[in-house]
Design a protein around this ligand. Sequence first.
Ligand code: FA5
Length: 345
Amino acid sequence: MRKDLEQILVEFRQEVERVATDEHLKQLHGKYFSREKGVLSAQLRRIREIPVAERPGFGQDVNLLKQEMEAEFDRLTRTLADEDYHRRVEQERLDITLPAVGLPRGSFHPIKMVEQELCGIFERMGYSIVEGPEIETDFYNFGALNFPPDHPARDEQDTFFVAGGRYLLRTHTSPVQIRTMQQLAPPLKIIAPGKVFRKDTPDATHYPIFHQIEGLVVAENVSLADLKGTLHDFARQFFAPDVRVRLRPSFFPFVEPGAEVDISCIFCGGSGCRICKQSGWIEILGAGMVHPNVFVNCGLDPEEHTGFAFGMGVDRMAILKYGVPDIRMFWENDVRFLNQFWYVQ
Ligand code: FA5
């Protein structure tokens, strides 16, 4: 290569050594490779000044110079890109040994957790869980359950009717008794948790939407003693090992005999306090022996089958066990309140 061209290459290489930024790289490109003002173009234009005989040799040398410079420039571009990449990787490096920032986790609603806790006790006693629809017909909610046509519970004041009165929102989980007896052959041992609806004015112990768990056992020779034993066993597991249970005669159209079931007051142990209104007892659920008419309405022979049923309010159970002063607190969705139940499960 001609000396003057070699000198250009040497200077170019020296400049390459000094390039450290993209801006600098751009300037270098402009200086040497620009069509109008670049050093290479200037050399090509010089060809006119070269004696004709030397022109082919000169042209080859300029081409050689161009190739060398381009190769050098490409290497530099790659090196800079490489350095830039590594610098960014270094800057953005994640320290995976740093403690993680805890994200708040969702959890079940307290009523759901209490429902699961209650169902778990019965499941361990061998009960299966079944479910029924929340929108019911008069037949399942009342008629098949032996409610007389003029029973006050059928009143519009207590029941939410929908679809122009053709359907209603179930007022209790007892219709699941009927659906189960229609669908499954005895022996039966089921619980049915779910939402129920009543036109009750909200106060500390009432809400228009609440939760019940229905229990139903149908088999041969089931007795009231079986019912009491089952509920005692349940109450001991849910409330306290020394809790006592009593049955008070009561009326529900679908059981005979029917009873209100009380537990000895878990706050005063039965000696009498404000919560049990000095009686020493707290009512927890309704229960009784399946009424013969209910068996008949489900196509079962009441001479052959015996059974008991019970129905408890889940929200009321939660209030009692966890000392919640007002049922409405469950539905205000204040996370400070809701978070306190994390330990239930
Ligand atoms: C019934 O609903 C019967 N189906 C229970 C039953 C089943 C009896 C099987 C016999 C055999 P009652 O209307 O008493 O019964 O309601 C049952 C429970 O639901 C009550 O003990 C109470 O704990 C709860 N409860 C009633 N109304 C409300 C309300 N508005 N808000 C919250 N809980 C309620």
